[in-house]
Design a protein around this ligand. Structure first.
Ligand SMILES: C[S@@+](CC[C@H](N)C(=O)[O-])C[C@H]1O[C@@H](n2cnc3c(N)ncnc32)[C@H](O)[C@@H]1O
Length: 252
């Protein structure tokens, strides 16, 4: 049974005690480790700040909203969608669609198996990390952690419901009210931050009413958002990190 190091990652416990994954291999030959999926100050706290607020707003304003997530990783954003929907008293059926993209096959498989309680197919080290992610996302609410899993099981019924690599030739299955753009940085995943690619994604993937949120604040992203009719709001980053970006298109 594979664990994190077998698939090129190591676990990092961040400042709020929630886990993140770091790439074992750096793109930069001068560095001994690669990029981490989250801010060292708090993986869960960062996700709640950058993605939680827009998710809440979309759920409040749009009936049966569609969400697109770029970078499933450990599944924080998906669990935050479940958390915010349940906190608003909404069932899984009241969220129209959750489409997540993830290029690492094992990250798709691990998350899917954990969600569906396929414990025999998962190493203990792996399932413990997802349990910890879930505990952090549920913390401070009166929700039962299990309810968040049940919620997402409705959306990810089969492994193929978690999409593979997002590529420049992608043909999206829907338009989205929430685009939660959590790719690795342009050093690790250059094409995901190219203006032309981002503009195409927004043109083809954004609903008439749409919020785009990301931890990043790149010129290419801001230009793509503006060219596709979004108002660009520069938000404060998490714990002094460079600013983050919110794109707003006609949200009621
Ligand atoms: C910053 S991490 C995402 C963290 C994640 N949202 C979470 O909640 O844990 C970026 C993720 O994007 C994935 N990724 C990299 N290139 C990708 C691509 N072209 N399409 C989809 N996912 C990609 C990485 O494997 C990694 O899991």
């Amino acid at each position: 049974m594979k664990s994190w190091s077998d698939i090129g990652f190591e676990i990092e416990i961040t400042g709020d005690q929630s886990p993140s994954l770091r790439l074992l291999q750096a793109v930069d030959p001068l560095k001994d480790r690669g990029e981490s999926m989250h801010h060292s100050g708090g993986a869960c706290a960062e996700t709640l700040l950058i993605y939680g607020e827009p998710i809440r707003k979309i759920l409040e304003n749009i009936e049966r909203p569609h969400f697109l997530i770029v970078g499933l990783g450990l599944g924080y954003i998906e669990l935050v969608i479940a958390r915010e929907a349940l906190l608003q008293g909404k069932s899984a059926g009241q969220v129209g669609l959750i489409t997540s993209y993830e290029s690492v096959p094992e990250l798709r498989e691990f998350f899917f198996k954990w969600l569906h309680e396929d414990v025999a197919g998962l190493s203990e080290e792996v399932s413990q990390v997802y349990d910890l992610v879930l505990a952090h996302v549920s913390k401070g609410t009166n929700l039962l952690p299990q309810d968040l899993k049940t919620f997402l099981r409705t959306h990810f019924k089969s492994l193929n419901d978690i999409r593979q690599e997002l590529s420049s030739s992608v043909s999206l299955e829907s338009k989205y009210h929430g685009i939660l753009y959590d790719a690795f940085s342009s050093k690790t995943s250059p094409f995901l931050w190219e203006e032309e690619f981002l503009a195409k994604l927004l043109r083809e993937g954004a609903e008439e009413h749409c919020l785009v949120s990301t931890y990043a604040c790149k010129g290419s992203l801001k230009r793509a958002l503006k060219s596709e009719g979004f108002e660009v709001v520069v938000r404060e980053g998490f714990q002094g990190k460079r600013n983050s970006t919110l794109g707003v298109k006609k949200l009621p």
